[in-house]
Design a protein around this ligand. Structure first.
Ligand code: HEM
Length: 184
């Protein structure tokens, strides 16, 4: 059975209002005013102005102890007070993908302390990682974060810390899309 495919649909209307789109690195993306996150199961569907697709995959680098810590503290998406979100599609360079698994883990965790740094921002920031590389998408990863306005500064601080790491020298495309939950 194929994993559920999630569609992130950028359009003129939708679930989340886009508050900003910033090209951090590489080619920009067409501007849209709204974003909807939906599960589709369809590899071919293309809706809205653009659709980016990702699947929830197995963990690649997380070790048992880290996994247990994450599971114990992380919160689910969809908290009513988490009215802000960030959708950050990321692509890593060929140099990254040419490394062996253990070399990548070393860069992410030993040198860049990705999980250790990120853990400091849990449970305030709820997160979900989608993989896109293996389904022929323009980005390798689609990352999604939800938080309340009181944790917005903390989220910025986390981004500054991660973007300074050795891991991020392998990022060759990154678009930072900020969102606000629409109130009806
Ligand atoms: C909120 C705190 C965060 C925590 C606790 C966290 C934790 C993790 C963990 C444990 C993994 C490894 C998953 C695996 O084993 O395959 C991971 C992967 C990843 N994270 Fe984070 N993260 C956080 C924030 C962020 C942010 C803010 C970004 C982007 C701006 C980000 C981007 C990524 C990407 C792209 C990957 C996949 C890397 C790869 O497989 O090469 N993370 N994260």
């Amino acid at each position: 059975m194929i994993n559920t495919i999630f569609d992130f649909i950028g359009d003129d209307s939708g679930e989340w209002k886009v508050t900003s789109i910033t090209t951090i690195k590489g080619n920009p993306i067409t501007a849209v005013s709204h974003l909807t996150k939906a599960s589709s199961n369809l590899v071919q569907s293309d809706e809205g102005i653009w659709t980016l697709k990702g699947i929830v995959s197995n963990l690649r680098y997380t070790e048992k102890e880290e996994k247990e810590k994450l599971v114990a503290v992380q919160e689910d998406l969809g908290r009513p007070n988490a009215t802000l979100a960030a959708f950050i599609p990321i692509r890593k360079s060929e140099a990254w993908w040419n490394l062996a698994q253990d070399e990548r883990r070393k860069i992410m965790e030993n040198k860049s302390q990705h999980t250790q740094t990120g853990m400091k921002y849990l449970p305030a920031i709820a997160r979900k990682l989608f993989h896109s590389r293996d389904i022929g998408e323009p980005f390798d990863f689609l990352t999604w974060f939800e938080y309340s306005p009181t944790d917005a500064d903390a989220f910025e601080e986390l981004l500054v810390a991660l973007r300074k790491t050795e891991e991020w020298t392998y990022v060759d495309r990154e678009i930072d899309i900020r969102l606000m939950k629409k109130s009806f």
